[in-house]
Design a protein around this ligand. Structure first.
Ligand code: ADP
Ligand code: MG
Length: 254
């Protein structure tokens, strides 16, 4: 279909004889926000890494914007530039300023003019509330600030879509909100995104669709209201129960 930006059909991913993704099919329309949830070890990170061809697959097919995404193929660098990815760890270069971290790929890989890219980077930094940190070094930033820089660094490559893998999981609680807000704003601006998160309230607020993955299989793929209020499978119900239990424990403590 014309409005589908990314499709994965019948993906199979194995590490030796461990089948981590077992016939996973997923499609993402332009402007759509998909949240992937599931227990630890179910294959969420592996799925994102396969979509971006950071991992070879053993079966199935991935298409981005009409082009096949094939691990090891010649046009892979170009395709990867179209998909921005942000992980739990920010991987900023410690010896480069915030601005130089952001400019590295646009200038080196995309051969863009430094002035033009810098002007854009400053605008993006402003959008995430960090214009005053352009000349700072990563060690001078909080975890939440570093993660916002990592998002800006990805956006500065002009990706057609973004993948987020538990980007707030390593942050202190008071910094989670500022990063989630950046993602909410991106969603409002129409960015196509696949987000792996354990922040269920956020998932409910941002998702157009929720995909529940377990043991490498998609068990539910539905709208957030159905998933959170009327999960169709016992396994999703159990998963959500654990989260509401954890939350009530937290609420008790506070
Ligand atoms: P999740 O992100 O949902 O917690 P992962 O995608 O990280 O899960 O892992 C899914 C499964 O794949 C796990 O059993 C994990 O041990 C295995 N796995 C992930 N990466 C590798 C790897 N590089 N080599 C071998 N096994 C891996
Ligand atoms: Mg993971």
């Amino acid at each position: 279909m014309a409005d589908e930006l990314l499709t994965a059909e019948h993906l199979v991913k194995r590490f030796d004889d461990n089948t981590v993704l077992d016939d996973v099919s997923l499609s993402v329309k332009k402007g759509e926000v998909i949240v992937v949830v599931g227990p630890s070890g179910c294959g969420k990170s592996t799925l994102l890494r396969c979509l971006n061809a950071l991992e070879p697959i053993q079966g199935g097919k991935i298409t981005l914007d009409g082009e096949a995404v094939v691990y090891g193929s010649k046009n892979l660098a170009a395709i990867r530039q179209k998909i921005g990815m942000v992980f739990q760890s920010y991987d900023l270069f410690p010896h480069l300023s915030v601005l130089d971290n952001i400019l590295l790929a646009p200038v080196k890989a995309q051969k863009r003019k430094k002035d033009e890219a810098a002007a854009e980077a400053m605008k993006l930094l402003e959008r995430v509330g960090l214009a005053d940190k352009a000349k700072s070094f990563p060690r001078q930033l909080s975890g939440g600030q570093k993660q916002r820089v990592a998002i800006v660094r990805a956006l500065c490559m002009h990706p057609v879509m973004m993948l987020f893998d538990e980007v707030t999981a390593a942050l202190d609680p008071e910094m989670v909100r500022e990063v989630l807000d950046v993602m909410l704003n991106l969603a409002k601006q129409g960015m196509t995104m696949i987000i792996v998160t354990h922040e269920m309230q956020f998932a409910k607020a941002i998702a157009d669709r929720v995909v529940f993955l377990e043991n490498g299989e998609i068990i539910e793929d539905t709208d957030p209201n159905t998933f959170f209020e009327h999960p169709q499978t016992e396994r999703a119900k159990q998963f959500l129960n654990i989260f509401s239990f954890e939350r009530s424990k937290k609420d008790e403590k506070n």
